[in-house]
Design a protein around this ligand. Structure first.
Ligand code: PLP
Length: 377
């Protein structure tokens, strides 16, 4: 048996997404900028995908800029808006590295405020007020965290930012497809999406923009994507993203109910295992994400043991897997470095079943018992 429980790292392609992409990998290979018939067909496909992505987050298609993924969209959002004029950026302490590292790289030129979070991983009203007092050119707070699944109250944060005329960006890469994401209702100015977290292909994402905002491109060239992002479009990838977005929208409630039932089942079993606790269990969380801590047992060691039994989980952010430092997210939540090394993230997907959870719990208990007895004299 093989069980994949690492959907926050990436998701498998939905069969319907593959079916939608195949014609654009085979016969319909023309460049969408070409004006003959085949080129126009490719252009129509890109336009339809733009509508599908726009529908998922309730915006106009002209607000969707396709990028090479969430990382590029986060870079574009920040570097494209924080201008010399404002010289200040505020980001929450739990952002993904594709925001954190951009902030770091700008740190020598601009003032960067890192907004603290509480022990549940949420930014507080006071912390936002403090950050806004510095009048940043941009405030970036993610909608849901990739490691803990903790959800921020973006509408309330955006309300404060808008009142002070501060532009706000939210990284909704983990939220989209798992909870309702409505750009307009959230009242944000920029939003990041990535296809491979919602059963679409890797290497394609989008930045959703408020067209009244001044945004400078990072990549210059032929003026594609309304001048915001040059480069011949990844047509098959974009078509796949469109289909994945359409499915995420139409199946959202069904997927949510399924994931929530699985997660509750998982967490009820975890509660019965001595020493295991769930991080931020009482905070609003994504329906698919459970991060556990087992003090004294290194997450990496546990992960490798689980891998031997064909269970794929993560010991933190996927993008950290080559890097054995403690998670900055957990440290920001006040977790000690020793405990932060003892975590495991289980992120469920729409195709998981109760028997996957049963197998995971069985393998977890077995390995914990072995590891605990091997650490005792
Ligand atoms: N933002 C978050 C919250 C993520 O979890 C990830 C990927 O793990 C990214 C951004 C980066 O997205 P991509 O892999 O499409 O570059």
């Amino acid at each position: 048996m093989s069980v994949y429980l690492d959907h926050n790292a990436t998701t498998p392609l939905d069969e319907r997404v593959i079916a939608a992409m195949i014609p654009y990998l085979k016969e319909c290979y023309a460049n969408p900028s070409s004006i003959y018939r085949e080129g126009r067909l490719a252009r129509t496909a890109v336009d339809s995908a733009r509508e599908q992505v726009a529908d998922l987050v309730n915006v106009q298609p002209s607000q969707v800029i396709f990028t090479s993924g969430g990382t590029e969209a986060n870079n574009l959002a920040i570097k494209g808006t924080v201008s010399d004029a404002s010289r200040r950026l505020a980001v929450s302490a739990v952002e993904h590295d594709s925001v954190m590292q951009v902030a770091d790289s700008l740190g020598s030129h601009w003032g960067v405020d890192v907004i603290p979070v509480n022990e549940s991983g949420r930014v507080t009203e006071k912390a936002i007020d403090d950050a806004l007092q510095e009048k940043p050119g941009l405030l970036s707070v993610m909608m849901a965290n990739n490691e803990t699944g903790v959800i921020q109250d973006i509408a309330a944060i955006a309300d404060k930012a808008q009142k002070l005329d501060v532009a706000i960006h939210t990284d909704a890469v983990q939220a989209a497809g798992k909870i309702k994401v409505d750009f307009q209702a959230l009242n944000v100015n920029l939003m990041t999406l990535s296809a491979h977290k919602l059963y679409g292909p890797k290497g394609v994402g989008a930045l959703i923009i408020d067209k009244s905002l001044q945004l400078s491109p990072l990549i210059h060239g032929g003026g594609h994507e309304m001048g915001y992002r040059s480069g011949t479009e990844n047509v098959a990838g974009i078509v796949g993203f469109g289909m994945a977005a359409a499915l995420a929208e139409s199946e959202l409630e069904k997927r949510q109910a399924h994931l929530m039932a699985l997660r509750d089942y998982l967490e009820s079993h975890l509660a019965a295992i001595q020493g295991v606790s769930v991080i931020a269990q009482d905070a609003p969380r994504l329906p698919n994400t459970t991060m556990i801590v087992v003090p004294g047992i290194e997450g990496e060691t546990l992960l490798m043991q689980m891998d031997k039994e064909n269970v794929a989980v993560s010991s933190g952010s996927a993008c950290h897997s080559q890097n054995h430092q403690e998670s900055h997210v957990l440290l920001a939540m006040g977790v000690s470095p020793e405990v932060a090394r003892c975590t495991l993230r289980i992120s469920l997907g729409k195709d998981n079943s109760l028997s996957d959870i049963d197998y995971f719990v069985f393998v977890l208990e077995k390995n914990l018992n072995q590891l605990i007895s091997s650490t005792w004299p």
